[in-house]
Ligand binder design. Structure first.
Ligand code: ADP
Length: 322
């Protein structure tokens, strides 16, 4: 990208220098034409003999000269502005394309890792179960790990499937009225069973909503998954659900590293992950929050993120009641 930018700037500078050079040459040429015209006039009309005709024609030549110079400046300026606008448009669109292709590349790397690592872990656990004589407790532990890994795989496949369906506008959004409080309760219970860490909840009972159950469950799970992934194991993750005047608010609070203000908008972009592939410790695909924001939009709601105190962040999904 840096090489491309340097070559682009050099080319642009060359074009601008060429335009300026041609502009100056034209101005010089115009002055030479004017001088030539004055000489011809002097040879034709004697200023002492017929000053009126002479000064009238000189004035006309001067006027023509000024008009010619102004025309060159205006045309050169317009050309320069068009070139600069074109250059900015080309640069921003190329830049966007290159960024997207880099993110897609990172996505492929992450997805390959995300798909391979649970498969490898399940295979290892199952081989251990097959080859070794284990106690009941050990067998249960290995089976639990297999279930956890297959859940991870399932979540990832669901996210990828929904992303491509939403992209191709193939997803048919269901509309049913259901108890969102019960669903949130189920999500947090599921996470409490999957992870040995502290989960807290403040869920107002009986909040009903009309929408797509599968999508909304996925949105809550994505937020919980991130909170678990980016928060140290000894700190709690909290899920709150309550009604406000015109909608239902779902909050997932964590006490992890938080999200810098400069990244708070970008994290909802497709494939966007904070940092780069080398510096990132936690694995992911950059799809979770993109999908969650799409799901909020499909329900005419919105998702925002703010800082938690003393650390971490609060993701807030607001869904309208009607
Ligand atoms: P993934 O987690 O698979 O990378 P997401 O779209 O879910 O993708 O999140 C995008 C990025 O936002 C993550 O890579 C991470 O850097 C940041 N992020 C999301 N949730 C949190 C959180 N709870 N705490 C800190 N950073 C987060």
């Amino acid at each position: 990208m840096r090489f491309f930018t340097s070559v682009y700037i050099i080319l642009l500078a060359y074009i601008i220098a060429a335009i300026v050079f041609w502009e100056m040459s034209l101005q010089k040429l115009s002055s030479r034409i004017y001088d030539q015209e004055v000489l011809t006039l002097k040879s034709r009309v004697d200023s002492a003999y017929d000053p009126y005709t002479y000064y009238r024609q000189i004035n006309s030549l001067q006027h023509k000269h000024i008009m010619r110079r102004t025309q060159y400046v205006q045309e050169g300026g317009a050309f320069l502005v068009v070139i600069l606008i074109g250059a900015v448009v080309v640069y921003t669109s190329l830049n966007r394309r290159m960024r997207l292709s880099r993110q897609q590349n990172n996505f492929m790397l992450s997805v390959t890792h995300e798909l391979k690592s649970p498969i490898a872990a399940m295979k290892l656990n199952m081989q251990t179960l097959e080859r070794r004589q284990l106690s009941e407790d050990q067998r249960k532990q290995l089976l639990d790990r297999c279930i956890k890994e297959s859940n991870r795989l399932n979540d990832l496949c669901n996210n990828m499937l929904l992303a491509s369906q939403l992209e191709g506008r193939q997803y048919k959004q269901a509309r049913e009225t259901f108890n969102l409080s019960e669903m949130a309760e189920d999500c947090i219970n599921d996470y409490a069973a999957r992870y040995s860490r502290r989960f807290e909840e403040e869920i107002t009972a009986g909040c009903k909503i009309t929408g797509d159950k599968v999508m909304l469950q996925m949105a809550i799970n994505n937020l919980l998954e991130n909170a678990v992934k980016y928060t140290p194991d000894d700190l709690p993750v909290t899920l709150c659900l309550f009604k406000n005047t015109d909608g239902i608010v779902i909050q997932v609070q964590d006490q992890g590293p938080g999200i810098p203000d400069s990244e708070k908008k970008k994290i909802f972009n497709k494939f966007y992950r904070i940092g780069n592939e080398d510096s990132r410790k936690s694995k992911g695909t950059g799809l979770g929050l993109y999908l969650t924001s799409k799901i909020a939009l499909q329900h005419k709601g919105r998702i925002t993120v703010k800082d938690n105190a003393p650390s971490g962040c609060i993701f807030e999904l607001w869904l309208p009641l009607s």
